[in-house]
Design a binder for this molecule. Structure first.
Ligand code: DGY
Length: 323
């Protein structure tokens, strides 16, 4: 196939092999870290690429497509695609795909791990030990929170939210409540869960976990007001997208014990941390690694490559994000 694509950063061989088999040539950005828009524009100006494999850190907007107007397909190497200017690609008739499904279990497991780490105070205990603060068994030391019979409140119950609910319900005996635009009958049947208004979920849950895409209506979905409506003993978990939470409001809430704790894998100003976040002992921070499994990365590469191939062969991607 006489087609060439640009891949903004290295992806696993599993995907590259599929492209090679089809005779699709590619150039790969050299940087280990997210390239700037300027760097992507510079690279794209070198050749009339037919497509691009992009990362969630690459802003795909007017400037990018002006730099390389021959691009007809973008395969995003992630489930989330908030880095893509959808109205721009629609106007240009560019197809866009993501990598749905394959990392749901990994992200759900990471979410549950964060919940466990918060409620058992594992990271605090680890820091305590390393600092040489342990002077002998103390019944009052680092008292945790029971999970059994507590209530998990899920905001968003697509594949990831549903898996989190099942793991917590079957594994640890939590009750499940959720809010979503649509009713999830399968989840309700499996976990006896109840759909509620977001405001009710925030008020009633002991743990709130966010599983929504980042779109206009979910930006700062968790703000000062919603944090104030949560229980003082509640925990907030975010493994979705950083800007879903107003982090300045979160730092205030954590500092002033408006909620009990939080665990974040994604950040409003990623990779930067909101001022004060790293000083709080009641927050756990991981560097956007919820889906970081080799199996998931390999499959993401394969799916991205298959979408590129499909676009060239049929004019359509398999996992279109444009409706
Ligand atoms: C995704 O796929 O959107 C994750 O955030 C990164 O793997």
């Amino acid at each position: 196939m006489d087609k060439k694509i640009y891949i903004t950063r290295k992806i696993p061989e599993a995907g590259l092999n599929l492209l090679r088999e089809k005779g699709i040539s590619f150039d790969i950005g050299k940087s280990k870290f997210p390239p700037t828009k300027k760097e992507i524009v510079k690279a794209l100006k070198k050749k009339p690429y037919d497509g691009i494999i992009s990362f969630l850190t690459d802003p795909l907007d007017k400037d990018i497509f002006n730099a390389c107007p021959t691009i007809k397909v973008c395969a995003n190497f992630s489930v989330g695609y908030n880095n893509v200017d959808i109205s721009e690609v629609k106007a240009r008739n560019i197809c866009v795909s993501n990598t749905p499904g394959i990392s749901s279990t990994a992200v759900a497991e990471h979410t549950v791990a964060l919940i466990m780490a918060l409620t058992t105070r594992i990271t605090e205990g680890d820091r305590f030990m390393r600092k040489g603060k342990y002077k002998g068994w103390d019944p009052d030391l680092l008292i945790g929170t029971d999970l059994k019979n507590k209530t998990i409140g899920l905001i968003g119950v697509g594949q990831i939210g549903t898996e989190v609910a099942k793991m917590l319900h079957y594994g640890f005996g939590l009750n499940v409540i959720y809010s979503d635009l649509v009713q999830n009958f399968e989840l309700e049947k499996a976990t006896n869960s109840i759909k509620k208004e977001k405001s009710e979920v925030l008020k009633e849950a002991d743990i709130i976990s966010l599983h929504v895409p980042l779109i206009n209506s979910t930006h700062h979905l968790i703000d000062k007001k919603s944090l104030a409506s949560m229980k003082k003993t509640a925990f907030l978990i975010n493994t979705s997208r950083g800007p879903v939470v107003d982090e300045k409001a979160l730092v205030f809430a954590l500092k002033n014990k408006i909620i009990c704790g939080a665990a974040l894998d994604v950040y409003e100003f990623e990779p930067k941390l909101t001022l004060g976040l790293n000083r709080l002992s009641n927050v756990i921070l991981t560097p956007h690694i919820a889906s970081a499994r080799q199996s998931a990365r390999d499959m993401m590469a394969e799916i991205a490559a298959k979408n590129i191939i499909s676009a060239f062969e049929t004019g359509k991607v398999i996992n279109s994000v444009i409706n």
